[in-house]
Design a protein around this ligand. Structure first.
Ligand code: KG4
Ligand code: ZN
Length: 337
């Protein structure tokens, strides 16, 4: 490790994953993630419990990242952290630690936008998309279409006006009696079901924006009526219900993606966020890309869900540009790309 090497410790604590990663000269060395299982029994992330779990997990996660990287804390060039968007209490744990650590090591501090980082997860490993590209970021907290012009120049060209698509998966799964988070289970049952068995409305928003709150209500009323006729309706139709709901959500995602491609004339397409693990979405998008001649980029799953490696990647590009923040920096629950 010479004096010209750039080594950064990055911390992610915006929602319910506590994560740390070390990046050296743009190469991610590790990605340590502690997932909080405490939320399962509540059927969603409980902010107060998330903050407490971050407080408990953060130091062990950072220690593991530093130890397994083979470098020492004195060799670090900077400390990076997720500034937002996210849960205020969760963000505060990471930001406070990052400030104190940077101060004690007398090295610069780098603030990272979580949504930019989801996009930059595509630069952790090959193949890397070429600029400009369009990234569809889909998770439990976000649904955005981002036009990516360079590593740090991005423009949100469409986004959800209410629920995120992951939320739509999880909330409809809950109506079907599935445990939290229901997204992966809907995916699993959908594989054995008929996507055309039931028809749910495709919500169309103006421009490239999304709305995913309507499907939850549609499924609620649909199930209420069906269950009145037949109390075993869900049990008897679970795969078909999951397949039909998933089909509708994928349809809504892809309609706007196709519109965005047409509007911006871009053929480099990337997908990020936890919902990109969905096998139906991967398959449909893969086919669409082949048909349309798009180059499609899907990162490894560990870089799709919330993780510090993507924060580290973003921090590396900010370091190169000398974009640092002072110790008076504060987290932002809402933060624009
Ligand atoms: O990116 P992520 O780990 O956390 C944030 O929300 O930021 O995304 C979690 C979301 C949850 O809503 C979860 O249900 C959904 O991603 N998800 C899936 C699948 N795997 C995770 N949704 C549908 N199909 C999946 N296979
Ligand atoms: Zn996220």
């Amino acid at each position: 490790m010479g004096t010209n090497d750039i080594s950064i410790l990055a911390i992610e604590s915006s929602c319910d994953e506590t994560s740390a990663s070390i990046i050296v000269n743009g190469k991610v060395l590790n990605n340590i993630v502690a997932t909080q299982s405490v939320h399962e029994k509540y059927g969603g992330v409980v902010p107060e419990l998330a903050s407490r779990a971050h407080q408990e997990n953060l130091i062990p996660v950072i220690q593991e990242a530093i130890l397994s990287s083979g470098i020492t804390k004195d060799q670090l060039s900077a400390i990076a952290f997720t500034r937002g968007p996210g849960l205020m209490g969760s963000l505060l744990v990471g930001v406070s630690f990052a400030k104190a650590f940077a101060r004690s090591l007398e090295i610069p501090l780098i603030d990272v936008n979580h949504m930019q980082a989801h996009v930059l997860a595509h630069f952790i490993e090959d193949p890397r998309p070429a600029f400009p590209f369009i990234c569809l970021t889909v998770s439990g907290g976000h649904t955005q279409l981002v036009l990516v012009k360079s590593h740090l120049q991005m423009e949100v060209i469409g986004e959800t006006q209410d629920d995120a698509v992951g939320e739509a998966f999880d909330k409809t799964a809950k109506l079907l009696g599935l445990p939290y988070p229901g997204g992966p289970l809907v995916d699993k049952y959908a594989n054995e079901g008929n996507p055309k068995a039931f028809k749910f409305p495709v919500t169309r928003m103006p421009g490239l924006n999304y709305s995913f709150s309507g499907i939850k209500t549609a499924v609620l009323y649909f199930l209420r009526d069906k269950l009145q006729e037949n109390p075993a309706f869900i049990d008897e139709n679970l795969p078909d219900l999951c397949a039909s709901i998933q089909y509708t959500l994928i349809e809504m995602l892809l309609i706007k993606l196709k519109e965005a491609v047409k509007q911006y004339g871009v053929r480099e397409i990337a997908i990020a966020g936890g919902v990109s693990a969905n096998s139906g979405l991967r398959e449909t998008l893969g086919e669409l890309a082949r048909r349309k001649g798009w180059n499609l980029y899907v990162p490894k799953f560990e870089y799709c869900t919330d993780n510090a490696a993507m924060i580290a990647m973003a921090a590396h590009y900010k370091y190169l540009k000398g974009e640092f923040v002072g110790l008076d920096v504060t987290p932002l629950a809402k933060m624009k790309i």
